[in-house]
Write a protein that binds this ligand. Structure first.
Ligand code: PEP
Length: 253
């Protein structure tokens, strides 16, 4: 099995002005200056990307967008494209977050176009999938994930997909304080890796990082990271405080 370098990513959602984001970034780089064995990404709101990049460039902390539009430019008021994210300093972009799906009507077809646009721009897509509470209760978790993965990754070759990150984020665990049990998370991550194996082949599945998101905190990160198919975390609320996020990044190995 290929060793996968963990990714710990912070999604700041619609939080922080430019000044607040810069202060947070400054504190975070100080806190994690001695970490070299995980990839670290923060995704501030679009307005703070360029200012934050000026602070984190030349540090191990990398930048991600929270969303992108699939066209490169044009009359699409309010949207931001892949090349624009790259020009602001981004290396990653989060795609298909459940809040985008829930509040902005984002579909698997949109996700598919966004993944292609991200790869075209040279960005690493962090592709979010996950079931709602009612879907889990109805025992539809795997059929929901199958549809999200099948349609989201439609027409992607193994070469094009290569390097992408999958984020398993059970919707019922996002911002609720409820975390999937390590067994629940591992079961889904292993299913996702098997999906990738069938779709793109063994080596691609072995290389792909599958990260977990949903109320990750310093108290539960080590237990999650100890599992074979969990290659990191996408952290929301707990990434807003540099000290807490730093403690997640410095989880007990
Ligand atoms: C998220 O928004 O991706 C997330 C996982 O949020 P939280 O950590 O707050 O549950």
């Amino acid at each position: 099995m290929t060793a996968r370098r963990p990714l710990i990513a912070g999604n700041w959602k619609m939080h922080k002005t430019c000044t607040e984001a810069e202060d947070t970034a400054r504190e975070l780089i100080e806190k994690v200056s001695d970490v070299s064995d995980v990839d670290i990404m923060i995704a501030p709101p679009a307005t703070a990307l360029a200012p934050v990049f000026r602070i984190i460039r030349d540090t191990p902390v990398e930048l991600g967008g929270q969303n992108l539009f699939w066209e490169k430019q044009g009359a699409y008021t309010g949207e931001v494209s892949g090349p624009m994210l790259v020009s602001a300093g981004c290396r990653y972009v989060i795609i298909g977050h459940s809040e985008r799906r829930q509040y902005f009507g984002e579909t698997d077809e949109n996700v598919n176009k966004k993944i292609k646009a991200a790869k075209d721009a040279g960005l690493i897509p962090v592709i979010c999938v996950g079931e709602s509470e009612s879907e889990r209760d109805a025992e539809n978790t795997f059929s929901v994930l199958d549809k999200q993965m099948e349609n989201g990754l439609k027409d992607l070759s193994a070469d094009l997909f290569d390097g992408s990150v999958i984020a398993y984020e059970p919707v019922w665990a996002i911002g609720t304080g409820r975390t999937a049990t390590p067994q629940q998370a591992q079961e889904v991550h292993s299913w996702l890796r098997n999906f990738l194996k069938k779709r793109f082949g063994q080596s691609s599945a072995d290389r792909t990082r599958i990260v977990y998101g949903g109320s990750v905190k310093p108290e539960n990160i080590s237990e999650l990271m100890a599992l074979g198919d969990i290659d990191g975390a996408l952290v929301g609320g707990a990434s807003l405080k540099p000290d807490t996020f730093g403690n997640i990044i410095k989880y007990k190995r």
